[in-house]
Design a protein around this ligand. Structure first.
Ligand code: CTP
Length: 419
């Protein structure tokens, strides 16, 4: 049959990976049609389930139009039909839950099958990506975090929520905004691609710290630095793509949670220490890219401090050196640090590696053009404790991550061989 041109694009592609899109009961469900369109543009055949709550936010008609196909709902599931719809819908290459609500997460984590979405999620054997959207207060509640952790433990992946404005007018901004449709479709299509990177870190646990820390003076003021987190996120994503299990501990940055790894968001150096040390217990490689504040307020005030006339003196106390603490109980872990100098500092970096018992340190110069805070490139020198070093040219942060992990993997294999 020849399809008249105006209708041709409305038909689902006859081949291509099959992606199940489950739309949850969140205000962000209104972005689901855009996700469906992007997935179809990327060559996927989409199937859609809308929960009853989702249909309070987005119409069945707009989902059906974007999907160019029917929308499965609790109404179609409970209707007489020749197949078990949840099993038919589960036969896909990947599933994504768009606008995942706290309740849907809880149903899936609890193994419920009381509605079409949760029954289908129990039946899917393909990779599942969750894209949560909910108020920060709900997302950070231990019940929601425990459910997400449980799902991660079963291999489910998460994208976001990210920092930004969300909800209807007046609800505000913060962590809780859903990732954008292009990013969601990109993450789903990436799940479908067989890994192209060598899986040379498979079986290893890599812990990465990233971003700045915040040291509060009072509830509304803190000391921090402009670290963007890009270097640490690049290391974490590169390790994930090479097959490692990855824990990323990050200070406040505007980057969304990368899918396929465990992300812990912290604020202060003391929180960073707890999270890194806990994750490092069974780690094989620890990479400290975090720009940890060296000092915190000696006595942080619990009430906002009003201004006073004249100068004020801040009393600061040193933060623990996390890398050095890890170095004291190093075991077989490979430890990598970063150091920042505004002038030549190879001997200083080597001394730092010796003092902290790190295997090597990447030394960078944040005042050099194109490699400053927040940039996409970095120019570093790998410095070993004995002072030997390799200067790398200016590279993308992802390429720096690749070389860093090559070095860490060689050391790890060497330590394994040494018994
Ligand atoms: N680091 C850490 N804990 C701290 C400070 C730094 O784990 N409290 C880590 C950083 O993540 C980085 C490395 O140590 O990997 C080097 O940090 P840097 O601040 O350059 O080192 P310092 O020992 O603080 O040296 P300096 O005297 O130059 O500030």
């Amino acid at each position: 049959m020849t399809v008249p041109a105006p209708f041709a694009s409305a038909l689902p592609p006859a081949s291509g990976p099959r992606v199940l899109v489950i739309v949850g009961g969140s205000v962000a469900a209104i972005k689901a049609p855009a996700v469906l369109r992007r997935l179809r543009e990327g060559g996927a055949q989409v199937r859609v389930i809308a929960t009853s709550a989702a249909l309070a936010f987005v119409t069945e008609l707009s989902l059906a139009t974007a999907a160019a196909g029917e929308v499965a709902t609790d109404r179609t599931w409970f209707a007489p039909r020749p197949d078990a719809q949840h099993l038919t819908l589960a036969r896909v290459d990947a599933a994504v839950v768009v606008g995942a609500s706290a309740d849907l997460l809880a149903r899936a984590a609890g193994g419920h099958a009381s509605d079409l979405a949760s029954a289908t999620l129990l039946s899917v054997r393909a990779p599942v990506l969750w894209v949560p959207a909910m108020n920060e207060q709900m997302w950070t509640h231990p019940a929601v975090q425990a459910n997400a952790e449980r799902l991660r433990g079963w291999g489910h992946r998460f994208l976001g929520p990210v920092v930004g404005a969300f909800g209807t007018a007046g609800e505000g901004a913060g962590l809780g905004r859903m990732a954008e449709p292009e990013e969601i479709a990109g993450a789903v299509l990436a799940l479908l691609d067989p890994p192209t990177s060598p899986q040379d870190l498979a079986g290893l646990h890599v812990v990465v710290s990233a971003g700045p820390t915040r040291e509060y003076l009072d509830p509304v003021r803190f000391i921090s630095n402009p670290s963007s987190g890009k270097m640490g996120f690049a290391v974490a994503e590169e390790a994930r793509d090479r097959g490692a299990r990855v824990t990323l501990v990050t200070g406040p940055v505007s980057l969304p949670d990368p899918p396929g790894l465990t992300v812990r968001r912290i604020e202060t150096a003391l929180e960073l220490r707890d999270a890194v040390k806990e994750a490092a217990r069974d780690a094989d490689i620890v990479v400290m890219t975090a720009a940890v504040a060296d000092y915190r307020a000696a006595a942080a005030q619990t009430e906002k401090q009003a201004k006073v006339a004249g100068d004020v003196t801040l009393r600061l106390t040193p933060n623990p050196d996390i890398l050095a603490e890890l170095g004291q109980e190093k075991g077989k872990r490979v430890l990598v640090g970063f150091a920042m100098e505004t002038h030549a500092g190879i001997e200083r970096a080597a001394a730092k590696a010796r003092r902290k018992n790190a295997d090597f340190i990447l030394l960078n110069y944040p005042t050099r053009e194109g490699t400053a805070f927040g940039s996409d490139d970095n120019e570093v020198t790998l410095v070993r404790p004995d002072g030997s070093h390799e200067a790398w040219p200016r590279l993308s942060k992802r390429e720096v991550a690749r070389r860093l992990l090559d070095g860490a993997r060689r050391l790890r294999r060497g330590q394994e061989a040494a018994g």
